[in-house]
Design a protein around this ligand. Sequence first.
Ligand SMILES: C[S@@+](CC[C@H](N)C(=O)[O-])C[C@H]1O[C@@H](n2cnc3c(N)ncnc32)[C@H](O)[C@@H]1O
Length: 217
Amino acid sequence: MNQSGDEYKYWDRFKATYDDDNLFLVGDITHQAASEWLQARLGPDDSVLELACGTGHYTEVAAKVVKEIIATDLAEGLLETARERFAGIPNIKIQTENCYGTSFADGQFDVVVMANLLHLIREPATALEEAGRVLKPSGRILVLDYTSHGLERDEKKAMMRRYFSRWGEIPTYSFAATPENLTALCEKAGFTVNDAVLLGEGCKVACVEAVKGRINT
Ligand SMILES: C[S@@+](CC[C@H](N)C(=O)[O-])C[C@H]1O[C@@H](n2cnc3c(N)ncnc32)[C@H](O)[C@@H]1O
């Protein structure tokens, strides 16, 4: 595997503590805001692919309202936690997949969810292209990325301190997500953005909903 595709190794080191670390970094308010944003955009007819599910926080959120979700990741340690967490839940399937190129057929899904993926990988455009490939015509992507964008200077410093204390150095290829830079990435990959917002307190979350294809409004 070349360097693009090995980013999961950074996260798999934290398999024992990921959920706790993540909540410590992000906080309840932002977790809740992101979860509500996501759930409000999903429905009972949706067949969903999640790229980079990690331990499955957003898998659980989505599964409550969708027909079915296949949650995928490359980090076997995190996937193990997800498998245990969702054992026996009929509408959740956990599968090992690389977000840069999956085993799914063209046009298979209504929605692709990408939570905290695009700002943490070397080639977000390739992951978006793959999402576009596996989506039905007019299928949607739901993208959300935690970010320090929009915080006051002191809040930003505090967020960085929380990050370093649990996870150490931030990957050099990561970037601070904003509704604007995520919108630009999605549009470049051939999507039409219909919602782009910044939510949360203490740690922000940039959220973008976009439809496959270029739609003239
Ligand atoms: C910050 S975690 C986010 C996990 C989860 N979506 C969440 O928000 O809690 C980033 C995730 O991206 C996954 N990842 C990184 N590169 C990947 C790749 N090429 N294919 C699939 N997953 C990948 C990591 O394994 C990790 O689970």
